[in-house]
Design a protein around this ligand. Sequence first.
Ligand SMILES: [Zn+2]
Length: 221
Amino acid sequence: MLSFPSDLISGYGRYLQKGFVRYKETHEHLAIYGQKPDVMVISCCDSRVTPEGIFHAGPGELFVLRNVANLVPPFEATDGQHGTSAAIEYAVTALKVKHIVVMGHAKCGGVQAFRENANAPTLKGDFIGRWIKLLEPAAISMACMPVDNLDDPQLAMEYAGVRQSLKNLRTFPFVDQQVEAGELQIHGAWFDIGSGELRVMDPDTEVFSTAVADMDAVDGD
Ligand SMILES: [Zn+2]
Protein backbone atom coordinates (compact mmCIF):
# COMPACT_ATOMS: atom_id res chain seq x y z
CA MET A 1 0.00 0.00 0.00
CA LEU A 2 1.31 3.41 -0.91
CA SER A 3 1.83 5.78 1.90
CA PHE A 4 2.91 9.37 1.56
CA PRO A 5 6.01 9.85 3.75
CA SER A 6 4.78 10.84 7.21
CA ASP A 7 7.94 12.90 7.81
CA LEU A 8 6.87 15.11 4.93
CA ILE A 9 3.40 15.63 6.37
CA SER A 10 4.74 16.49 9.82
CA GLY A 11 7.36 18.73 8.25
CA TYR A 12 4.65 20.46 6.28
CA GLY A 13 2.77 21.06 9.52
CA ARG A 14 5.82 22.78 11.00
CA TYR A 15 6.25 24.77 7.82
CA LEU A 16 2.66 26.02 8.02
CA GLN A 17 3.19 27.08 11.63
CA LYS A 18 6.54 28.77 11.12
CA GLY A 19 7.79 29.26 7.57
CA PHE A 20 4.51 30.07 5.89
CA VAL A 21 3.32 32.32 8.71
CA ARG A 22 6.60 34.19 8.66
CA TYR A 23 6.35 34.77 4.92
CA LYS A 24 2.57 35.00 4.67
CA GLU A 25 2.53 38.50 3.21
CA THR A 26 5.38 37.65 0.88
CA HIS A 27 3.46 34.65 -0.39
CA GLU A 28 0.35 36.74 -0.96
CA HIS A 29 2.36 39.36 -2.83
CA LEU A 30 4.15 36.73 -4.94
CA ALA A 31 0.87 35.01 -5.77
CA ILE A 32 -0.64 38.25 -7.03
CA TYR A 33 2.32 39.90 -8.71
CA GLY A 34 4.44 36.89 -9.69
CA GLN A 35 8.08 36.16 -9.04
CA LYS A 36 10.93 38.54 -9.81
CA PRO A 37 14.08 36.95 -8.42
CA ASP A 38 17.37 38.70 -9.22
CA VAL A 39 19.47 35.58 -8.77
CA MET A 40 19.50 32.16 -10.37
CA VAL A 41 21.47 29.46 -8.58
CA ILE A 42 22.54 26.30 -10.37
CA SER A 43 23.37 23.70 -7.76
CA CYS A 44 23.70 19.95 -7.36
CA CYS A 45 20.77 17.66 -6.49
CA ASP A 46 22.81 16.57 -3.47
CA SER A 47 20.56 16.74 -0.39
CA ARG A 48 23.37 18.35 1.62
CA VAL A 49 23.60 21.43 -0.60
CA THR A 50 20.45 23.54 -0.37
CA PRO A 51 20.77 27.00 -1.98
CA GLU A 52 17.85 28.51 -0.05
CA GLY A 53 19.40 27.32 3.20
CA ILE A 54 22.98 28.34 2.40
CA PHE A 55 21.95 31.83 1.26
CA HIS A 56 19.18 32.15 3.84
CA ALA A 57 16.73 33.03 1.11
CA GLY A 58 12.98 33.28 1.42
CA PRO A 59 10.28 32.56 -1.16
CA GLY A 60 10.66 34.46 -4.40
CA GLU A 61 14.33 35.33 -3.84
CA LEU A 62 16.19 32.60 -5.72
CA PHE A 63 15.41 30.88 -8.99
CA VAL A 64 17.00 27.51 -8.34
CA LEU A 65 17.98 24.80 -10.77
CA ARG A 66 19.43 21.61 -9.37
CA ASN A 67 20.88 18.77 -11.39
CA VAL A 68 23.53 16.08 -11.00
CA ALA A 69 26.89 17.80 -10.39
CA ASN A 70 25.55 21.33 -11.04
CA LEU A 71 26.38 21.17 -14.73
CA VAL A 72 25.47 23.51 -17.56
CA PRO A 73 25.60 21.86 -20.98
CA PRO A 74 26.76 23.90 -23.95
CA PHE A 75 24.11 25.57 -26.11
CA GLU A 76 22.67 22.95 -28.41
CA ALA A 77 19.83 23.62 -30.83
CA THR A 78 18.96 19.99 -31.34
CA ASP A 79 15.79 18.06 -30.76
CA GLY A 80 15.39 16.66 -27.29
CA GLN A 81 14.25 17.81 -23.91
CA HIS A 82 16.88 20.18 -22.61
CA GLY A 83 15.65 20.78 -19.07
CA THR A 84 18.65 22.67 -17.77
CA SER A 85 18.81 24.87 -20.86
CA ALA A 86 15.08 25.60 -20.61
CA ALA A 87 15.48 26.82 -17.03
CA ILE A 88 18.39 29.06 -18.00
CA GLU A 89 16.42 30.44 -20.94
CA TYR A 90 13.46 31.24 -18.71
CA ALA A 91 15.62 32.84 -16.03
CA VAL A 92 17.47 35.06 -18.48
CA THR A 93 14.87 35.94 -21.09
CA ALA A 94 11.66 36.00 -19.03
CA LEU A 95 12.71 36.73 -15.45
CA LYS A 96 15.73 38.77 -16.52
CA VAL A 97 17.81 37.70 -13.52
CA LYS A 98 20.83 39.88 -12.81
CA HIS A 99 23.10 37.07 -11.59
CA ILE A 100 23.62 33.38 -12.26
CA VAL A 101 25.62 31.51 -9.63
CA VAL A 102 26.95 28.04 -10.45
CA MET A 103 27.65 26.43 -7.09
CA GLY A 104 29.70 23.26 -6.84
CA HIS A 105 30.32 21.43 -3.61
CA ALA A 106 32.58 19.08 -1.70
CA LYS A 107 32.15 15.29 -1.92
CA CYS A 108 30.13 15.60 -5.14
CA GLY A 109 29.02 12.12 -6.14
CA GLY A 110 28.54 13.14 -9.77
CA VAL A 111 32.11 14.43 -9.99
CA GLN A 112 33.39 11.34 -8.22
CA ALA A 113 31.50 9.08 -10.64
CA PHE A 114 33.10 10.93 -13.56
CA ARG A 115 36.56 10.55 -12.06
CA GLU A 116 36.08 6.84 -11.51
CA ASN A 117 34.45 6.11 -14.86
CA ALA A 118 35.81 8.77 -17.20
CA ASN A 119 37.09 6.22 -19.66
CA ALA A 120 34.22 3.79 -19.32
CA PRO A 121 31.80 3.51 -22.22
CA THR A 122 28.35 4.86 -21.47
CA LEU A 123 25.46 2.54 -22.06
CA LYS A 124 22.20 3.34 -23.77
CA GLY A 125 19.89 4.50 -21.01
CA ASP A 126 22.80 5.35 -18.75
CA PHE A 127 21.60 8.84 -18.05
CA ILE A 128 24.14 9.71 -15.39
CA GLY A 129 27.04 8.41 -17.46
CA ARG A 130 26.05 10.49 -20.46
CA TRP A 131 25.27 13.55 -18.35
CA ILE A 132 28.54 13.67 -16.45
CA LYS A 133 30.51 13.36 -19.68
CA LEU A 134 29.87 17.10 -19.77
CA LEU A 135 32.84 17.17 -17.39
CA GLU A 136 35.25 15.89 -20.06
CA PRO A 137 36.39 19.37 -21.20
CA ALA A 138 36.73 20.35 -17.54
CA ALA A 139 39.07 17.43 -16.93
CA ILE A 140 41.25 18.59 -19.82
CA SER A 141 41.36 22.22 -18.70
CA MET A 142 42.05 21.24 -15.10
CA ALA A 143 45.75 20.81 -15.78
CA CYS A 144 45.91 24.52 -16.66
CA MET A 145 45.03 25.56 -13.12
CA PRO A 146 48.07 24.65 -11.02
CA VAL A 147 46.86 27.13 -8.42
CA ASP A 148 44.24 24.58 -7.43
CA ASN A 149 45.23 21.98 -4.94
CA LEU A 150 45.87 19.25 -7.45
CA ASP A 151 46.84 16.94 -4.60
CA ASP A 152 43.12 16.81 -4.05
CA PRO A 153 41.90 15.70 -7.47
CA GLN A 154 38.28 15.56 -6.35
CA LEU A 155 38.36 19.22 -5.28
CA ALA A 156 40.24 20.25 -8.42
CA MET A 157 37.63 18.50 -10.55
CA GLU A 158 34.79 20.14 -8.63
CA TYR A 159 36.34 23.56 -9.32
CA ALA A 160 36.98 22.66 -12.96
CA GLY A 161 33.36 21.60 -13.36
CA VAL A 162 32.13 24.98 -12.16
CA ARG A 163 34.52 26.81 -14.51
CA GLN A 164 33.40 24.67 -17.43
CA SER A 165 29.75 25.34 -16.65
CA LEU A 166 30.44 29.08 -16.62
CA LYS A 167 32.11 28.75 -20.02
CA ASN A 168 29.17 26.75 -21.32
CA LEU A 169 26.76 29.40 -20.05
CA ARG A 170 28.40 31.91 -22.38
CA THR A 171 27.62 29.67 -25.37
CA PHE A 172 23.92 30.50 -24.95
CA PRO A 173 23.39 33.55 -27.20
CA PHE A 174 20.87 35.16 -24.84
CA VAL A 175 23.27 34.75 -21.89
CA ASP A 176 26.24 36.11 -23.81
CA GLN A 177 24.26 39.11 -25.06
CA GLN A 178 23.09 40.01 -21.55
CA VAL A 179 26.59 39.61 -20.12
CA GLU A 180 28.07 41.78 -22.87
CA ALA A 181 25.35 44.37 -22.25
CA GLY A 182 26.25 44.46 -18.56
CA GLU A 183 22.77 43.27 -17.61
CA LEU A 184 23.85 39.86 -16.31
CA GLN A 185 26.76 38.59 -14.24
CA ILE A 186 27.75 34.96 -13.93
CA HIS A 187 29.63 33.65 -10.91
CA GLY A 188 31.27 30.49 -9.64
CA ALA A 189 31.04 29.25 -6.06
CA TRP A 190 31.76 26.10 -4.08
CA PHE A 191 30.32 24.90 -0.78
CA ASP A 192 32.05 22.70 1.78
CA ILE A 193 29.44 20.47 3.37
CA GLY A 194 31.32 19.61 6.54
CA SER A 195 32.47 23.08 7.56
CA GLY A 196 29.82 25.27 5.91
CA GLU A 197 32.55 27.24 4.15
CA LEU A 198 31.52 29.01 0.96
CA ARG A 199 34.19 29.81 -1.61
CA VAL A 200 33.64 32.29 -4.42
CA MET A 201 35.55 32.31 -7.70
CA ASP A 202 37.44 35.42 -8.73
CA PRO A 203 36.23 36.12 -12.28
CA ASP A 204 39.66 37.26 -13.47
CA THR A 205 41.96 34.64 -11.96
CA GLU A 206 39.31 31.88 -11.67
CA VAL A 207 40.71 31.13 -8.22
CA PHE A 208 38.28 30.18 -5.46
CA SER A 209 38.60 31.81 -2.04
CA THR A 210 36.58 31.88 1.15
CA ALA A 211 33.65 34.27 1.21
CA VAL A 212 33.64 36.44 4.32
CA ALA A 213 30.27 37.66 5.49
CA ASP A 214 30.03 41.00 7.26
CA MET A 215 28.61 39.67 10.50
CA ASP A 216 27.84 43.19 11.74
CA ALA A 217 25.32 43.41 8.94
CA VAL A 218 23.75 40.06 9.81
CA ASP A 219 20.61 40.33 11.91
CA GLY A 220 20.99 36.84 13.36
CA ASP A 221 17.46 35.98 12.42
ZN1 LIG B 1 27.01 16.92 -6.28
